[in-house]
Write a new protein. Structure first.
Ligand code: GLY
Length: 280
């Protein structure tokens, strides 16, 4: 069993030691709870479980604590990919719900599994998700002062369960100050992808991640025989010509775990089958 979670990128200069310690604590706590959950649940369920807890932490830019767009609204995106059924589901720019990843989960039962904008928000309401404001005071202050937030902070999780099944889940509040309607990478296969061989979740600038097709590319390379490390290395090398800004976590079916970042530094925690590690 393997679990990796990430909380996006954070600028070193904007982080106090206190914030770093808090993030470490929160990531380790979520990792521990997810390990217990994985004992009796599969990879997909666990990736959703972990991602929902990350969404609920205001330290990250997803769910509660999401960044605010140009017009003062929060629009969130989340996706799940089940590496066994090869089904992907997601919501793009959904509004006023607590956990976008749960709406993505609900969409797994539908024929139309990726919904955007008003349709996504209406679907969530029809399915009984209560109205919820994910705006925090800190994000509002940043928005009003047009100050850049202290991180792009997308969250995600990849899991290998005891049956050898893989899954990935990713959730984001976007870039902050973006043109309303911008589509993030997180609910696309560039930002979140899994199959029977590998699962990857990305963070960083959505435009760069989509331009490189990052998650799908890494997973495809592993499927075609690359080791997880080689697949990450080649795919991240391909971001260099245009200074792509991305980070990713991945796990392969043989239990290898890996992360990479084009710029410092991705915040993540990992259970490699024996030990926990956390990088903040
Ligand atoms: N990776 C999140 C975004 O660019 O929207």
């Amino acid at each position: 069993m393997r679990i990796l979670i990430h909380g996006g990128f954070f600028s070193e200069s904007s982080q106090s030691n206190e914030t770093k310690l808090l993030k470490q604590k929160v990531l380790l706590d979520i990792l521990e709870k997810s390990k217990v959950y994985l004992q009796s649940n599969n990879a997909v369920a666990t990736s959703i479980f972990a991602t929902a807890m990350l969404e609920d932490s205001p330290l990250f830019n997803a769910g509660t604590g999401s960044q605010i767009q140009q017009d003062g609204k929060i629009r969130m995106s989340a996706a799940i990919m089940d590496g066994t059924s090869l089904k992907f589901s997601g919501v793009i720019n959904v509004e006023d719900i607590q956990n976008p990843v749960f709406v993505a989960q609900r969409l797994m039962k539908e024929d139309d599994r990726v919904l955007g904008g008003e349709g996504a928000t209406k679907y969530a309401a029809k399915e009984g998700f209560p109205l919820f404001s994910t705006e925090t005071e800190e994000r509002k202050k940043e928005y009003l002062s047009k100050k850049e937030s202290n991180g792009t902070g997308t969250v995600g999780c990849v899991v290998l369960d005891r049956q050898g099944k893989l899954a990935a889940a990713t959730s984001t509040g976007g870039k902050g100050f973006e043109i309303p309607g911008r589509v993030s990478d997180s609910a696309t296969i560039a930002g979140n992808f899994a199959n029977q061989n590998c699962a990857v979740s990305c963070t960083g600038v959505g435009e760069d991640i989509v331009s490189s097709g990052l998650a799908t590319k890494i997973v495809t390379r592993v499927t075609d025989g690359f080791s997880l490390t080689e697949a990450f290395k080649k795919s991240f090398d391909e971001l260099k010509p245009y200074d792509g800004f991305a980070g990713a976590i991945g796990v392969s079916k043989n239990g290898d775990v890996f992360f990479s970042e084009s710029h410092p530094k991705i915040v993540y925690a990992c259970f490699d089958g024996e030990n926990n590690t956390v990088f903040v």
